[in-house]
Design a protein around this ligand. Structure first.
Ligand SMILES: O=P(O)(O)OC[C@@H](O)[C@@H](O)c1c[nH]c2ccccc12
Length: 272
C-alpha cells in the first residue's frame, strides 16, 4: 500500500533523499495547480505538499502569504481543491501531503475533515499550528483514515518537545531549519547540521528539512548533512506566479529537475 512511511522505506533502500515541493492550491488558478502537480510528479517529486490557502497564515513569509491571498481572492475553497485532487491523484506516483492550518480542520470537525481528504486519496497532513497536546487525537483519528500526520520540530523546541514529536510524528519528522517564517534564504545555517544530528540521535524516523531551501546546492548540502528529504516551497511558489501560467509551469518543471538531479545519487560507475 502507498503510504508516506512505505515510500520512505523504499527511498532508504535505494539510498535516495526525497524531494518534496510545496505549492499553494489555487494560485494562479486551480487548473494550473492540477497541471503543476502532474509536472512535479513527472519531474522528480517524491511527495508533493499542497497548501490550502488560509487568511491568517502566521508561519508563512511574504511569498506564500501573497500566493494564499491571490488564491483566496479567486474564491478558492477546500471543496474545489479536493475536486481537482480527486481527478489528479490517481495519475500521480507521488503521495499528496495536504498542508493546512488547524482552524479549518476544527471548523469542519476533525473526523469530517479527515474523511473528506482521505476520500480523494490524500496520504499525509501537515498542520503547523497544531498544539502538541492535541496531536495524539488528530494522529489517531487520521490513522483510522489511512492518513499520516507529520509533526514539526523547530530550532527552538525543547528536548522534551523534540522527544515527544519524534515519538508521535508519522511518515517523517519535519525539521524547520530556521526560527521564523517560510521563505528563501541565501544560506542554510550550519546549525541545521547539528539539529539534524541531534534529532537523528533520538529517532530512526525519516527527517525532512524545510524552510529557506531554494537552490540545488542548498538541497545537496542538506542531503549531505543526512536529511531523508528536502522540502522546497517559496522557490516553487514564486516561479509558478511569474509570467503566464504556461511560463510559470515551465519554470516549475526546470527547478524540479535541477533540485532532483542535485540530490540524486550518481549511478555507480558513471563517468565523473
Ligand atoms: O517556503 P520554504 O522556505 O521553502 O519552506 C517550506 C514550505 O514552504 C512548506 O513546507 C510550508 C509552507 N507554509 C508553511 C508553514 C509552516 C511550515 C511549513 C510550511
Amino acid at each position: 500500500m502507498t503510504t508516506i512511511s512505505n515510500n520512505f522505506k523504499s527511498l532508504r533502500q535505494r539510498q535516495q533523499c526525497a524531494l518534496i515541493p510545496f505549492i499553494t492550491a489555487g494560485d494562479p488558478d486551480l487548473e494550473t495547480t492540477a497541471d503543476a502537480l502532474r509536472i512535479l510528479d513527472r519531474n522528480g517529486a517524491d511527495f508533493i505538499e499542497l497548501g490550502i490557502p488560509y487568511s491568517d497564515p502566521l508561519a508563512d513569509g511574504p511569498v506564500i502569504q501573497a500566493a494564499a491571498t491571490r488564491a483566496l481572492n479567486k474564491g478558492t475553497k477546500l471543496e474545489q481543491v479536493l475536486e481537482i485532487l480527486r481527478d489528479v491523484i490517481p495519475s500521480l506516483k507521488a503521495p499528496i501531503i495536504l498542508f493546512t492550518y488547524y482552524n479549518p480542520i476544527l471548523h469542519r470537525g476533525i473526523k469530517s475533515f479527515l474523511a473528506l481528504i482521505a476520500d480523494v486519496g490524500v496520504k499525509g497532513l501537515v498542520v503547523p499550528d497544531l498544539p502538541l497536546e492535541e496531536a495524539a487525537e488528530l494522529i489517531q483519528t487520521a490513522a483510522s483514515f489511512g492518513i499520516e500526520v507529520i509533526l514539526l520540530v523547530a530550532p527552538t523546541s525543547s528536548q522534551d518537545r523534540i522527544d515527544a514529536i519524534a515519538r508521535q510524528s508519522q511518515g517523517f519528522i519535519y525539521l524547520v531549519s530556521v526560527t521564523g517564517v517560510t521563505g528563501m534564504r541565501s544560506q542554510i545555517q550550519n546549525r541545521v547540521q547539528h539539529l539534524l544530528t541531534d534529532l537523528r540521535s533520538v529517532t530512526d524516523k525519516p527527517i525532512g528539512v524545510g524552510f529557506g531551501i531554494s537552490a540545488p546546492e542548498q538541497a545537496l548540502q542538506v542531503k549531505e548533512w543526512g536529511a531523508d528529504a528536502v522540502i522546497v516551497g517559496s522557490a516553487f511558489v514564486k516561479r509558478l506566479a511569474e509570467g503566464s501560467p504556461t511560463e510559470g509551469l515551465q519554470a516549475v518543471e526546470q527547478l524540479c529537475q535541477e533540485l532532483k538531479s542535485a540530490i540524486s545519487l550518481q549511478p555507480v560507475g558513471s563517468a565523473k
